[in-house]
Design a protein around this ligand. Structure first.
Ligand code: AMP
Length: 284
């Protein structure tokens, strides 16, 4: 497995692979890898010949006062884990390689990025779509794998790929969880043991909502009421949003009539966590 830091070198390697008929699959990450990322890499291997993992803490997707500087980083551990997961190449550019001083171009998906995380992080998705577009042009993948943990991000990328006619297959992968249900995240490293226990209320409230819907509840207000009640029982937790929405459009839903996304974001101490689940209505 090689590690490449330069854009020109990565583009050259991608061109060599392409001319040899190799199918390239990209897994974009911000590093500090965990089992969620590694699962995406193993999934990527099924879809092509060469798996490229990018490791880049992307400054343009962090707002002022967010955790860009203190975001956890451990390149040598990440490289070992990526190698073990069967990756061909790690692309880990420095910030000034991706964003030289003269940089001034952004890619923006306007609608699906508006609700949910777009409300509290108004510049976040334009940073995400911009860096992913750059990575697509650098790594030249035939396919790219993203986690449903960042459901809205996956939708924004699907929209961008469709709207800009990119010839890239976007593959979504379900959320990978710890054995107690906590969605894996690099930001979980910020949590002390008490906060980690509180953070569990996100996945637990999603499971409770699922049980309610399975038992016949269809009123969004009632489901969200239960979710909020469970989340609010925790002193150190502040809800950013708890929403039921259409998983295709992300528009709010009041009645659960078909597949419905329950999306959560909450601060536990200073750490912002997200989680989600698509609730299904039983038809039998
Ligand atoms: P990040 O490094 O947090 O930017 O995540 C890189 C990619 O891994 C994104 O596509 C995320 O959605 C995905 N990812 C992160 N955590 C998980 C998880 N627990 N399960 C599945 N995918 C994940």
């Amino acid at each position: 497995m090689r590690i490449i830091e330069r854009i020109s070198e990565m583009q050259h390697q991608a061109a060599v692979w392409r001319s040899g008929g190799r199918r390239i699959v990209l897994v974009p990450t911000m590093g500090y890898l965990h089992e969620g990322h590694l699962t995406l890499m193993r999934e990527a291997r099924k879809h092509g010949d060469e798996v490229v993992v990018s490791i880049f803490v992307n400054p343009t997707q962090f707002g002022p006062g967010e955790d860009f500087e203190r975001y956890p980083r451990d390149m040598s551990r990440d490289v070992t884990l990526a190698r073990e997961a069967g990756v061909s190449m790690v692309f880990a550019p420095p910030v000034n390689e991706m964003y030289p001083e003269s940089y001034q171009t952004f890619v923006e998906v306007t609608e699906v990025t508006r609700p949910l995380c777009g409300q509290s992080r108004p510049t976040h998705f334009r940073g995400v779509t911009t860096v992913v577009m750059k990575l697509f042009n650098i790594v030249k993948p035939h396919a790219a794998v993203f986690g449903e943990k960042d459901f809205q991000q996956l939708m924004a990328i699907r929209r961008m790929v469709s709207d800009l006619n990119l010839d890239i297959e976007v593959i979504g992968h379900p959320i990978v969880r710890e054995s107690d249900g906590l969605a894996m995240s690099s930001r979980n490293a910020y949590l002390d043991s008490g906060q980690r226990e509180i953070a569990l209320s996100l996945s637990r409230s999603l499971a409770e909502a699922e049980r309610l819907v399975e038992s016949g509840e269809r009123h969004g207000k009632i489901v969200l009421g239960k979710v909020e009640e469970r989340l609010k029982g925790n002193g150190e937790l502040r809800i950013d949003y708890a929403k039921l929405c259409n998983p295709e459009t992300l528009q709010d839903v009041t009645e659960i009539r078909g597949p419905t996304l329950l999306a959560l974001a909450a601060f536990v101490g200073k750490t912002r966590l997200i989680d989600n689940k698509v609730l299904h209505v039983r038809t039998d």
